[in-house]
Ligand binder design. Structure first.
Ligand code: SF4
Length: 397
């Protein structure tokens, strides 16, 4: 029986990603953005010990189930698995238990795993994997354009309007299997038309941390807009970073286990990923300061003084990406994490030494749990003040 795959709306990438599935004949839909109802349902059915992203995704699944006309026999929720030193590897199993307990046994949970760099997505169809990759990378690029343009727009709302239009065009183009390079050229032209005033570059803030929280604006209380409202420019670590990392791990693990077929697959996969990323970013490169992503091996080298490479997962990427952003000119780093997140807490501990190594760069460990937190705004204001000072010191010595 053909099921519709529902993709959690962690970020805007959910729209082009679901379009990639549809383009290969797989019914798919991005779930709507999370809201208060999400939290209500997620909290109602969880024990309170789960990670916050789990509560949000559970709430979104249940909200969908409660919709009139929802057919459990024709539905599947998408919840990728990841190995690493935390609870993420358990999400899809616990979702299964929850759904069963609540009487939704017919609803499927689809869980490709990071252990083979998500090779089993869509039955490992190469066409789908390439389209899904392009969809993710192109959305990362659109977000870079958004975040580097919006803080300088002369007419408020122009950038959001162009971005939304671009995202819709991208989703349509992915679904129809159109040439995305041509589309990126068009999108670059549209962003160029936005009237901006960039006589003075605002302090750049690197947004790093747990992948769900840093991307999900509902869960992180719209941290990027808050930074912008306080006079900053926020750079968000891209989702492709995680996919490259899983490819790297796939390569290393295959080599260690002498699985040479898998090793070859991983090497080819990385080459294909780089090829498409390069083609898609070329048309917009001149518009961006943050226009080149470091290789995973570079990121791992950056984090090596702070964490052993065997400490797999997001902590190592968070530290490495923070170094990359500082090298590119960031004047502050926000480590976005769910309350009680294990890798996030490790990063928070390491951040003290990290700051000392980078001339006391402002660093904010921002943990969220869905509760309103007035103190966060005060901390953000103080952080932005320090970031401005750091930028000036950097500029004028
Ligand atoms: S990264 Fe943090 S929030 Fe995400 S599953 Fe692991 S412990 Fe939970």
């Amino acid at each position: 029986m053909e099921r519709t795959i529902y993709i959690p709306n962690m970020a805007d990438h959910a729209y082009p990603l679901s379009a990639a599935l549809r383009s290969c004949g797989i019914p798919a839909e991005a779930l709507p953005e999370s809201d208060d109802q999400t939290l209500l349902l997620g909290r109602k059915y969880s024990t309170g010990r789960e990670c916050f992203p789990f509560i949000v995704t559970t709430g979104d699944f249940l909200r969908k189930i409660e919709e009139p006309g929802f057919d459990p026999d024709k539905a599947a929720f998408f919840m990728p698995l990841a190995s690493g030193p935390c609870r993420f590897g358990q999400y899809s199993h616990i979702h299964r238990v929850f759904l069963d307990r609540l009487g939704h046994k017919q609803v499927a949970v689809i869980s490709p795993t990071s252990a083979n760099s998500y090779a089993d997505i869509g039955g490992a169809s190469l066409k789908l994997r390439i389209r899904a990759w392009q969809a993710l990378v192109a959305t990362d690029i659109l977000q870079k354009l958004l975040h580097e343009t919006r803080p300088y727009e002369v007419n408020q709302g122009d950038t959001d309007r162009v971005y939304k239009k671009a995202l819709a065009k991208l989703t349509e183009a992915v679904e129809k299997g159109k040439n995305l390079v041509r589309l990126m050229k068009q999108i670059a032209e549209e962003f160029k038309q936005i009237k901006i005033d960039r006589r003075e570059r605002k302090p750049i803030i690197g947004i790093v941390g747990e992948i769900f929280m840093r991307n999900n604006r509902f869960s992180n209380d719209n941290v990027i807009r808050r930074v912008e409202a306080l006079g900053g420019e926020a750079w968000l670590a891209p989702i492709s970073e995680w996919i490259y990392y899983t490819t790297q791990r796939y390569k290393e693990d295959s080599a260690a286990e002498r699985k040479y077929r898998d090793l070859l697959k991983a090497i080819l996969q990385e080459k294909v990923q780089r090829y498409y990323e390069h083609r898609l970013e070329k048309p917009v490169k001149k518009l961006l300061l943050n226009n080149e992503e470091p290789r995973t091996t570079e990121v791992l080298q950056y984090s090596a003084p702070y964490m052993h490479f065997s400490f797999g997962g997001e902590a190592i990427l968070t530290i490495g990406k923070a170094v990359d952003y500082i090298r590119k000119g960031a004047s502050g780093i926000i480590n976005v994490m769910p309350f009680s997140c294990m890798p996030g807490t490790v990063v928070a501990i390491v951040s003290k030494r990290f700051r000392e190594d980078f001339n006391g760069i402002p660093w904010l460990n921002a943990s969220y749990d869905g509760q309103e937190d007035a103190s966060m705004l005060v901390r953000l204001e103080a952080f932005m003040h320090q970031a401005r000072q750091y930028r000036d010191k950097r500029r004028f010595g």
